[in-house]
Design a protein around this ligand. Structure first.
Ligand code: F6P
Length: 308
């Protein structure tokens, strides 16, 4: 996200605009935590994870009173347009705010889950997947040396994009995601097929939102029903949300920040910047929020074949 913030500030100052940073998202907008940002203020941040502007979930922005306070803060600082980085919650708030107060808002997709409709990538996804793959590579050494079965849980509350890419990239034995259900019985069947080629260990990637249970639950079931497996569990958790961003994330975030300023200057509002087939596009907030991004189940099938 810092690469996007840097790109927004530098592009806007290039166009002689005044730029303000709003701290802690909509919470800071309500509380007036707003500071002028100049080119130099965003130096030395492109390589840092997280966001220098900080972030917060805001219950108050869901209320008309909260949004009125936020509007007053913008007026007090002569702010005429907004760029908001976030996911569907951020854009739902942005859309409502635009409808109520007419301040144009352009969104930049920032969620490691990569589940927003209208964009091939959102900021953070590539870094999260790379971090997860590095972790799985390390776990593989123990799995291989000790002939063990490992369940590795990655983030993805509702979707399996991180799990799918991590599973393919780490050569996992199976990938369990919310979009496709496989029960313990079938999982064991699959593992026994892979065991036919003397493969004695297995790495199974589980999205936290997997329908048939998270990594702990699945490992527990296997322990009860197939004690010979003695499965181990690793939950990668918030490690996936931090650390230096990948090259791809920095590139995408820079392009999105640049494009967001241009879109505002061209008079666009209520749209999210997306990347489709390596081209920058504008996607309406309505579509980004309401349409469902489908996961490519052919990739899951491919991963299964590659693991046999
Ligand atoms: O929305 C992105 C996400 O990474 C989910 O995959 C995960 O469940 C959630 O955030 C964790 O959020 P929090 O840090 O608030 O627990």
């Amino acid at each position: 996200m810092n690469a996007a913030i840097r790109a927004v500030v530098r592009t806007a100052t290039f166009h002689d605009l005044h730029v303000y940073g709003i701290y802690r998202g909509y919470e800071g907008m309500i509380d007036g935590q707003i500071e002028r940002l100049d080119k130099g203020d965003v130096g030395n941040i492109i390589q840092r994870g997280g966001t220098v502007l900080k972030t917060a979930r805001s219950e108050r922005f869901r209320t008309a009173e909260g949004r009125k306070k936020a509007y007053d803060s913008l007026v007090a600082n002569d702010i005429e347009g907004l760029i908001a980085i976030g996911g569907d919650g951020t854009f739902t708030g942005a859309k409502l705010f635009y409808e109520e107060y007419g301040i144009p808002i352009v969104g930049i997709p920032g969620t490691i889950d990569n589940d927003l409709y209208g964009t091939d990538y959102s900021i953070g996804f590539d870094t999260a997947v790379n971090t997860a793959i590095q972790a799985v590579d390390r776990i593989r050494d123990t799995a291989d040396s000790h002939n063990r079965l490992f369940f590795v849980e990655v983030m993805g509350r509702d979707t399996g994009f991180i799990a799918l890419n991590t599973g393919i990239g780490s050569g996992a034995g199976a990938i369990l995601i919310p979009e496709s259900s496989i029960d313990v019985q079938n999982l064991i069947k699959h593992l026994e097929q892979t065991a036919k080629r003397q493969k004695l260990f297995s790495l199974i990637i589980v999205a936290e939102g997997n329908e048939n249970g998270n990594a702990q639950k699945l490992a527990g079931e296997i322990r009860d029903r197939f004690p010979e497996y003695d499965p181990k569990v690793t939950i990668i958790g918030h490690m996936q949300r931090g650390g230096a961003p990948s090259a791809l994330d920095r590139l995408i975030a820079s392009r999105m920040g640049f494009k967001a300023v241009e879109a505002l200057l061209d008079g666009h509002a209520n749209v999210m910047i997306g990347i489709q087939n390596n081209q920058m596009v504008l996607v309406s907030f309505d579509d980004a929020i309401n349409k469902h991004k489908e996961i490519d189940l052919d990739l899951l099938r491919m991963a299964e074949i590659l693991s046999l």
